[in-house]
Design a protein around this ligand. Structure first.
Ligand SMILES: C[S@@+](CC[C@H](N)C(=O)[O-])C[C@H]1O[C@@H](n2cnc3c(N)ncnc32)[C@H](O)[C@@H]1O
Length: 299
């Protein structure tokens, strides 16, 4: 295991260690066939990526309970995974073994080990909901290492949290978006200030909801973990800095109405599920989906 550090906090790793059973079993569907967790949709999009790109091999970094490593192996890809949390790594080892694969394809390690990857050596790398846990100051280094490790023509597939979704939620998170992202840029010409924010609050019905540490997870400490968000409109420009060219952006974790209105819509889950299955590449995803998956190719 690498002794280097990408800065993922111990709070994050402890959270995953405490909740490993939930994370390892996050792909279940309910009696109506609707997924219990948005990870199901990410896995679906990832499956489509594997079918389309057909990489000869892939390294799945932060592979959790190993299901996506298994998916790739079952499609004939020479897949390996790394996962820092022991309980999840061991679940993944058992999952591979039970399905007739070498369990040691999943090793305990951290994204930090990417500094040791040989240049131009990888066909594909996946980071499925891992980067939001990496502090912003380490992002350039991580993306530099990913791009360096990929072969020319190799692919990075990475999931990000969508900050534009905050505009759709009409709540305290929307205020945060105005305050920090629209007005909080390094620009003296922005109208940022307590007075402006108060005036904006006056336009909204839910300026204090859902609260700073809101989370849908059972373990409420998840809401206190730092989780980075990104703008899907500027992400292509960001990847291009590292010689990575986005081929596709797919949206998931759709909300058919702002989250605070869920209880006003009888079949909220069914409608959102239908959006997931039909709108992953539709422009509305920029606003109505909380997450997105980017597939980029190294030039
Ligand atoms: C939301 S889970 C996703 C798991 C899996 N990729 C999936 O799609 O089901 C996030 C995972 O990232 C892992 N993780 C967090 N920080 C990491 C790091 N610095 N290096 C590698 N994995 C990390 C966590 O241990 C956890 O398994």
């Amino acid at each position: 295991m690498s002794d280097q550090n990408t800065g993922t906090s111990n709070d994050v790793l402890d959270y995953y260690s405490r909740n490993w059973e939930k994370i390892a079993n996050c792909y279940e569907v309910d009696a109506q066939g609707i997924p219990a967790d948005p990870a199901w949709y990410r896995r679906r999009l990832y499956g489509e990526f594997l079918e389309r790109a057909k990489p000869a091999s892939i390294l799945d970094i932060g592979c959790g309970g190993g299901w996506t490593v298994l998916d790739a192996l079952e499609k004939g890809v020479d897949a390996r995974g790394i996962e820092p949390v022991l309980e999840l790594k061991e679940f993944g080892n058992r999952l591979l073994k039970d399905n007739g694969h070498d369990p040691d394809r999943i090793q305990q390690d951290d994204l930090a080990s990417c500094t040791d990857f040989a240049a131009n050596s990888m066909d594909a790398i996946s980071l499925l909901s891992v980067l939001p846990h990496v502090p912003r100051e380490n992002w350039d280094a991580v993306h530099t290492d990913m791009a360096r490790s990929l072969k020319p023509g190799g692919r990075l597939v990475a999931a990000y949290r969508n900050e534009l979704f905050d505009l759709f939620t009409f709540n305290s998170i929307t205020l945060e978006f105005f305050d920090q992202r629209l007005w909080g840029l390094d620009d003296d010409a922005t109208p940022r200030g307590a007075k402006t924010l108060e005036a904006l609050k006056g336009l909204m019905s839910n300026p204090d909801k859902p609260g700073q540490y809101f989370t849908a997870a059972d373990d409420k400490s998840f809401g206190k973990l730092d989780r980075m968000k990104n703008n899907p409109l500027t992400l292509p420009e960001y990847h291009a800095k590292f010689g990575l060219e986005p081929e596709r952006i797919s949206f998931y974790h759709f909300h058919c109405v702002p989250p605070l209105m869920e209880d006003k819509i009888d079949n909220y889950r069914e409608i959102s599920h239908k959006m997931e299955l039909s709108l992953s590449n539709d422009w509305r995803g920029h606003f109505m989906a909380a997450m997105f998956l980017v597939e980029s190719v190294k030039k």
